[in-house]
Design a protein around this ligand. Structure first.
Ligand SMILES: [Zn+2]
Length: 307
C-alpha cells in the first residue's frame, strides 16, 4: 500500500514536470492518471493563487445592497445565430457573433458577448461553480463579454475590468425546457473532446430567464474560473435559475474528457473572498424596507420607554 502511494507520488511529480501547463478538474484526478487538479492550478498559471479568485460562495446576508446595480439592457440577445458548439476537453463552448451586448447594471460601458459555456455536476447532481449560502445548483451558464473596444479576449484580459461574465444557475424542473433542444440535441454529436457541430438556430434570449426575472443579481470582482485564472472579471450572478428537466441535465454527463472518461463535475471549488465585498441589486427596495424597520424599532422603543 505504502509502496503504491510512493509510486503515485513519484508519478504525480513526474507528470507535473511533463505536462507543464496542463490542468484538470478534481473529478479527473486519479492516481493512474495524475494531472494538475484545482489545488495545483497555480502550476499552470500563478494567477490561480491570486487573492481575487472565482468562483465564490455568496452569503446573502453579508451582501451589500447597491442601488447602482440597475436592470441590464440585453441588446441583440434576441438575434438568432447558428454557431459551432464544441467539446473543448473541459466544457462545451459556443463562440458568439459579436453583435449581442449588455449595457447598464453599473457597467461603465457596453460589453459585447464573446462566447458561452457551462459547468455541471454528475448526472444532474451538484455542479454549479458559484454557490448561494452554500447551496450548489446542478449547472451554471457563463456568458463571457468583453469591453467593446477590445478585439479579442486575450487583450480584454489584460484590462483589469476588461471582461464581464454573466452567470446563470439551472434548477431541476418537472418539465422539459424546449428552448434548450438545439443545445441538448447537439451534445450527442460532440461526445469526444475536440469535436464540434453546428448548433441549430438559437438566440441568447431563449437560453436565459425573461428580462423581468433578471433584476435580482449579485456583483463582485473576480477571475476566470479556469487557468489562467486572470483577475479581470466583473462578475454578475443572477438569482433566478433556468429550469431544465432531470433528463436534460443528465445528457451533459455523456460528454467525455480527453481520456474518454465521463465529463462530470466540471467546476472549480469556491475560493476565499479575502476581504472582497459582494453587492446585490435592488438596493432601493431594501433601503425602503430598512427605513421601515428602523421606524418600527424606533416606535417599539418609544412605546417601551418608561415614563
Ligand atoms: Zn465558466
Amino acid at each position: 500500500m505504502q509502496q503504491h502511494l510512493i509510486q503515485c507520488i513519484f508519478l504525480a511529480s513526474f507528470m507535473k514536470i511533463c505536462t507543464g501547463s496542463d490542468w484538470c478538474y478534481e473529478s479527473q484526478h486519479t492516481c493512474s492518471s495524475p494531472c494538475n487538479g484545482p489545488e495545483k492550478w497555480e502550476h499552470a498559471n500563478k494567477d490561480c493563487a491570486g487573492r481575487a479568485q472565482s468562483p465564490i460562495n455568496i452569503v446573502h446576508r453579508k451582501t451589500l445592497p447597491d442601488e447602482r446595480l440597475t436592470a441590464f439592457q440585453f441588446k441583440n440577445y434576441q438575434n438568432s445565430f447558428g454557431g459551432l458548439i464544441k467539446n473543448n476537453g473541459h466544457s462545451v463552448q459556443v463562440t458568439l457573433p459579436h453583435d449581442a451586448f449588455v449595457i447598464g447594471g453599473d457597467l461603465e460601458m457596453p460589453y459585447k458577448a464573446v462566447q458561452f459555456h457551462l459547468h455541471w455536476g454528475n448526472k444532474g447532481g451538484p455542479g454549479s461553480e458559484h454557490t448561494i449560502d452554500g447551496e450548489q445548483y446542478p449547472m451554471e451558464l457563463h456568458i463571457v463579454h468583453m469591453k467593446e473596444k477590445h478585439s479579442n479576449l486575450e487583450d480584454a484580459l489584460k484590462d483589469p475590468s476588461g471582461v464581464a461574465v454573466l452567470g446563470f444557475f439551472y434548477e431541476e424542473s418537472n418539465r422539459v425546457n424546449r428552448k434548450y433542444d438545439p443545445i441538448i440535441n447537439a451534445l450527442q454529436s460532440i461526445r469526444m473532446t475536440g469535436t464540434n457541430t453546428s448548433l441549430g438556430t438559437v438566440s441568447l434570449e431563449q437560453l436565459i430567464p425573461s428580462q423581468q426575472n433578471l433584476t435580482n443579481y449579485y456583483r463582485y470582482r473576480g477571475s476566470l474560473t479556469t487557468p489562467g485564472c486572470t483577475e479581470s472579471v466583473i462578475w454578475t450572478v443572477f438569482e433566478n435559475p433556468i429550469p431544465l428537466s432531470k433528463e436534460q441535465l443528465e445528457v451533459f454527463s455523456n460528454l467525455q474528457f480527453k481520456d474518454g472518461k465521463p465529463m462530470v463535475a466540471t467546476f472549480r471549488p469556491v475560493q476565499p473572498l479575502n476581504g472582497r465585498m459582494v453587492y446585490r441589486s435592488g438596493g432601493a427596495v431594501v433601503l425602503a424596507s430598512a427605513t421601515l424597520l428602523v421606524a418600527s424599532i424606533a416606535m417599539a422603543m418609544g412605546l417601551s420607554q418608561p415614563n
